[in-house]
Design a protein around this ligand. Structure first.
Ligand code: AMP
Ligand code: MG
Length: 316
């Protein structure tokens, strides 16, 4: 299969309606979309990505009114969150509508729904005319793609089309929030932070490892974000020189700049987060053996960044 690229949402929407797989940009990362009602196309997403069958897909909607078509109920609490945040890098886990195939939710009775805050993504979803299920458009286990070129590197020859557009502003996947209980529980941290959510529902909390039945949103159990360079989290003072193909990314310049063949210093945690996945891929292209990532404080978006870093890092 030859993977085409386009900037035309009508071409992309008509490919989706024909049952094809289309990658599209959002404000978080590129997604790999199929019609939510097309169970054959949904199966093909898992095949194209090599995605474990127990890892559910997020359903993308063009407007809040579409949520009713994929869920069986929306609590008052969930409705408040929709009103306050959508469109946003926030996925709400809600009770699944019985008509939506179990393939989308990987067998779960719940479904993740989000409305992306990205003009082209919303126009594309509107043109599709129905919800689109889309996980990140990378090969399973690899860093999520933040450019259309990264999508082609991972999935070229396995998907039909890439809709090219403005690059993601956030660069980390959405916050996943379980709204099926009495209080919202963050299953995966993202750019919509605990602090943001508590302004709307003050009892929001993080999932407690091993305590919440939902703890560890399915996808968080699988290996993630692995590039070919070994990733280590470092405090800037730490220095471990084991190779001359060494890269660094962080907020502070490295104390021993000569030790690194490739360096990216970000001036804010947000910019660090936005750059991370593309930097991991750049390290690969430039044959880096090891990548040192500076630790950041675990508040706000720093929590999401540290979550991705720790899942991508090698154990000592
Ligand atoms: P991706 O779009 O590749 O980041 O993958 C979607 C992720 O959203 C999954 O790996 C899960 O962690 C999460 N997710 C989607 N649907 C659900 C659900 N029904 N319950 C819990 N987590 C979900
Ligand atoms: Mg993913």
């Amino acid at each position: 299969m030859h993977t085409r690229t386009t900037t035309d949402i009508q071409i992309a929407a008509s490919a989706i309606r024909d049952g094809r797989l289309v990658a599209f940009p959002t404000e978080t990362v590129y997604g790999l979309g199929a019609r939510v009602g097309d169970s054959e196309a949904i199966k093909n997403i898992f095949i194209a990505k090599g995605r474990p069958p127990d890892n559910p897909l997020i359903v993308h909607v063009a407007e809040p009114s579409w949520i009713a078509g994929v869920t069986s109920s929306v609590s008052a609490m969930a409705a408040d969150l929709v009103d306050a945040f959508f469109p946003a890098p926030l996925t709400l886990v809600l009770p699944k509508h019985p008509d939506i195939s179990d393939n989308v939710s990987a067998g779960l009775k719940t479904i993740g729904v989000r409305m992306p805050d990205h003009e082209l993504a919303l126009a594309f979803l509107k043109a599709c005319g129905e919800p689109v299920a889309a996980p990140s458009a990378n090969q399973s286990g690899r860093p999520s793609p933040t450019t259309w070129e990264a999508v082609v590197d991972d999935l070229g020859g396995r998907i039909d089309l890439v809709l090219k557009g403005e690059s993601p502003r956030f660069g980390l996947e959405s916050t996943v929030l379980d709204c099926t209980g009495d209080h919202p529980v963050i299953l995966r941290p993202g750019s919509v932070t605990l602090e943001d959510l508590r302004l709307v529902v003050p009892t929001t909390r993080f999932a407690r490892e091993g305590l919440d039945s939902t703890a560890g949103s399915p996808g968080t159990r699988h290996p993630h974000y692995r590039g070919r360079a070994k990733l280590r989290i470092v405090d800037v003072a730490t220095r471990r020189i084991s190779t001359n193909r060494l890269a660094y990314i962080g907020l502070d310049p490295p104390t021993v700049p000569d030790a690194y063949a490739l360096v990216h210093v970000a001036d804010t945690v947000d910019r660090y987060a936005r750059k991370l996945f593309s930097f991991i891929r750049q390290c690969e292209k430039e044959d880096m053996e090891e990548l040192h990532c500076q630790r950041v404080g675990e508040s706000g978006i720093g929590r999401a960044l540290m979550d991705r870093l720790s899942r991508a890092s090698v154990a000592d």
